[in-house]
Write a protein that binds this ligand. Structure first.
Ligand code: FAD
Ligand code: SIN
Length: 533
C-alpha cells in the first residue's frame, strides 16, 4: 500500500500542470502522478490548432473573448467562470512558456496568432499544427526535473475509495462523501493495489472512444467521469458531445481519426460538397468559421442530402509554402495517403471530439466529493456551456489546474490518511474465457452511440439507445462480478456508464441547444438549465 499527500490521476495538461504547481509549493510533500498508458498518451498530445488567449490588448480584448465563449456556449456558460478563465489565461500561458513550451513567432518576435470557428479575433497561439505535442513535451520535461513528483505509468485507476468501502451506505443524498484514495490495477504486475491520498485530482480526460469515429486516442474512455458517478458524485451536461467538423475521412481505417485542424479553415480553407459547392453560406453567415456545432450539423446535412460519407476541404488556393510552414504534420499525413493539398481537396467528415460536460465542479475545481478535485476535459466547470469554443480547452486545463492547486494547498494540512481501508476483494472471480464478450460489446456500444446519439438526435433514437445500453450494462456487470478485471473490461464498463449518462442527459433535455440537436424539439426551452445526474 502506498500513500501520498497529492494523488494525480492523468498525465495530460490538467494533471501535469497541477502536479507541478503543488510540487513547487510543497517541496517536502509527495505528489504521485498515475496514468494508465505511456506518459504522453493523452488527448493533450494530439491538440493541433492551439490555445486561445488574449495577449494583444491593442487588437483584442477580454470582453471579445468572453463574448465569443458565451455565444458558442449558447446560454449555458457560467459567466463568472468564463471571465475567470479568459482573464487569468494570459498568466497561466506564461507559466507554461516558463516551463519551456514554444509557440510560433513572427520575425519581429511577437507571437503568431491563428483564428478558429467562433473567434472574432486572431488569438490562437500555436506550435505549427502540433501544439499539444509541444505543450505535453514541455510539461513532462518540467515534471521530470521536480524531485518530489513520482510518476507511475501503466497503472489503471479502477475506483475511488469512499465511506462505501468502509461498509457505510453511500447514496446521492449522502452528505460529505469523502475520497480517501483509489484502487488501481498495476498493468505490469497485474495486481490490484490501494493508494491512500489526502487530496486527489481527477484529470482523466475525455470519452470520444464511446463513438465509432473519434479524434481521441484509445485512452479517452471516460474513466474518471464513470468512477465519480459510481462514487455518487455529481455529473452534469453529458449530452453536449462536440463533433469536430473535419476529421480526415479514410475508408476502412478504424480507431482514432486524424484531425484536420480548424485553423486550416481559419487560414481560408473552404468546405465543399460532392458537387464542389461551397455550402456553408447556406447555413450561417459566418460560413466556414461558424461555431463547431453549426458547421458539423451542416456537414452532416450535406452528407445525408447527397448520400456521401464525406465532404471536401479545399486548400488548393493556399500558398503551398505557407501551408507547409503552418501545417507540416497535416501536409505530410495527407501526402502519405496520396493527397497533395495543393492539387487535391481533402476528404473530411465529423468525428466525436470533446466532452463539454463531466464531473461537476465549482470555480476552484472542487467536485461534490470532499478532497476530490476534477480538472481538464473530465470536468464540467461551467466554461463551455452547451458548446465549447475552439481552443478553449487547453486554456481551461491550465487555469483550473492552477486554481485546484491553490485550494488544495489550503486544505492539505488539515487532512489525515484513512488507515482502515480494506484490500480489493476479488473473491469469486476467475479469468475470462473469451475476450470476444468484451470486444463485441464495445463495437455494439459504439454503433448505438454513433447511430442513435450522434450529431442529430430524436426521442425514438434515444429510447432505443437506452434499451440497448441497459442490456449491454447487464451483461457487462455480470462479467465484471465474475471475472478477473482487465483494462479492456474496466474500460468497457466505464464507457457503457458514460454512454448511459449521455443518453440520460440527452433524454432529459427537451430542446435543441448548442451541441444537443433533437429534431422533436428544434427550439430552445425557456427554462435554461444544466442537467445534473
Ligand atoms: P488528457 O490530455 O486526455 O489526459 C488524460 C490522462 O488521464 C491520460 O494520461 C490518461 O492515460 C489518463 N487516464 C485516463 N483514465 C485513466 C485511468 N483509469 N487510470 C489512470 N489514468 C487514466 N483543445 C484545445 O484547446 N486546442 C486544440 O487545438 C485542441 N486540439 C485537439 C485535437 C485533438 C485531435 C483532440 C483529441 C483534442 C483537441 N483539443 C484541443 C482538446 C484538448 O486537447 C483536450 O481537451 C485536453 O488536452 C484534455 O486534457 P486533459 O489533461 O484533461 O486530458
Ligand atoms: C482544432 O485544432 O481544430 C481543434 C481545436 C480544439 O479542439 O479546440
Amino acid at each position: 500500500m502506498r500513500q501520498t499527500d497529492f494523488l494525480v490521476i492523468g498525465s495530460g495538461i490538467a494533471g501535469l500542470t497541477y502536479a507541478l504547481k503543488v510540487a513547487e509549493q510543497f517541496p517536502d510533500r509527495k505528489v504521485l502522478v498515475m496514468t494508465k498508458a505511456a506518459a504522453d498518451e493523452t488527448n493533450t498530445k494530439y491538440a493541433q490548432g492551439g490555445i486561445a488567449v488574449v495577449n494583444d490588448l491593442e487588437n483584442d480584448s477580454y470582453e471579445k473573448h468572453i463574448d465569443d465563449t458565451l455565444i458558442a456556449g449558447d446560454g449555458l456558460c457560467n459567466e463568472k467562470v468564463v471571465e475567470i478563465v479568459v482573464k487569468e489565461g494570459p498568466e497561466r500561458v506564461n507559466d507554461i512558456i516558463e516551463w519551456g513550451a514554444r509557440f510560433d513567432k513572427e520575425t519581429d518576435g511577437g507571437y503568431k496568432r491563428g483564428r478558429e470557428g467562433g473567434h472574432s479575433e486572431f488569438r490562437i497561439l500555436h506550435h505549427k499544427d502540433i501544439t499539444g505535442w509541444e505543450m505535453e513535451r514541455a510539461l513532462l520535461d518540467a515534471v521530470s526535473k521536480q524531485q518530489n513528483i513520482e510518476f507511475i505509468k501503466h497503472c489503471f485507476v479502477i475506483d475511488i475509495i469512499t465511506q462505501h468501502h468502509l461498509g457505510y451506505l453511500v447514496t446521492k443524498a449522502t452528505p460529505d462523501v469523502e475520497c480517501y484514495g483509489v484502487y488501481v490495477l498495476n498493468l505490469e504486475t497485474n495486481q490490484i493495489e490501494k493508494i491512500l491520498s489526502k487530496i486527489t485530482l481527477m484529470a482523466t480526460g475525455g470519452n470520444g472512444q464511446v463513438y465509432r469515429t473519434t479524434t481521441n486516442p484509445s485512452i479517452a474512455t471516460g474513466d474518471g467521469i464513470s468512477m465519480v458517478y459510481r462514487a455518487k458524485g455529481r455529473i452534469e451536461n453529458m449530452e453536449f458531445i462536440q463533433f469536430h467538423p473535419t476529421a480526415l475521412y479514410e475508408p476502412g481505417v478504424g480507431g482514432q481519426a486524424f484531425l484536420i485542424t480548424e485553423a486550416v479553415r481559419g487560414d481560408g480553407g473552404i468546405l465543399r460538397n460532392k458537387d464542389g459547392e461551397a455550402f456553408m453560406q447556406r447555413y450561417d453567415e459566418r460560413k466556414d468559421l461558424a461555431p463547431r456545432d453549426i458547421v458539423a450539423r451542416a456537414i452532416d446535412s450535406e452528407m445525408k442530402r447527397t448520400g456521401t460519407e464525406h465532404v471536401w476541404l479545399d486548400c488548393r488556393h493556399f500558398n503551398k509554402e505557407k501551408f507547409i510552414e503552418h501545417f507540416p504534420n497535416i501536409y505530410q499525413k495527407c501526402l502519405s495517403i496520396g493527397i497533395d493539398v495543393a492539387e487535391h481537396m481533402i476528404p473530411v467528415a465529423p468525428a466525436a471530439h470533446y466532452s463539454c460536460g463531466g464531473i461537476k465542479t465549482d470555480e476552484w475545481g472542487r467536485s461534490s466529493i470532499n478532497n476530490l478535485y476534477a480538472c481538464g476535459e473530465c470536468a464540467s466547470t461551467g466554461l463551455h456551456g452547451a458548446n465549447r469554443l475552439a481552443s478553449n480547452s487547453l486554456l481551461e486545463g491550465l487555469v483550473f489546474a492552477h486554481r485546484c492547486s491553490i485550494d488544495a494547498a489550503e486544505k492539505v494540512n488539515a487532512i489525515s490518511f484513512q488507515n482502515n481501508i480494506p484490500d480489493w476483494n476479488a473473491e469469486g472471480t476467475s479469468q475470462p474465457g473469451e475476450m470476444i464478450l468484451i470486444t463485441q460489446s464495445l463495437k455494439e456500444l459504439q454503433l448505438v452511440m454513433s447511430d442513435y446519439v450522434g450529431i442529430v438526435r430524436n426521442d425514438i433514437r434515444l429510447q432505443r439507445a437506452s434499451r440497448r445500453l441497459d442490456l449491454l450494462w447487464e451483461e457487462t456487470e455480470q462479467l465484471y462480478q465474475t471475472t478477473t478485471v482487465s483494462p479492456q473490461l474496466l474500460e468497457l464498463r466505464n464507457m457503457i456508464t458514460v454512454g448511459y449518462l449521455i443518453v440520460k442527459g440527452a433524454s432529459f433535455r427537451k430542446e435543441s441547444r448548442g451541441l444537443h440537436y433533437n429534431t422533436d424539439y428544434t427550439g430552445k426551452s425557456e427554462l435554461v438549465q444544466n442537467i445534473v445526474l
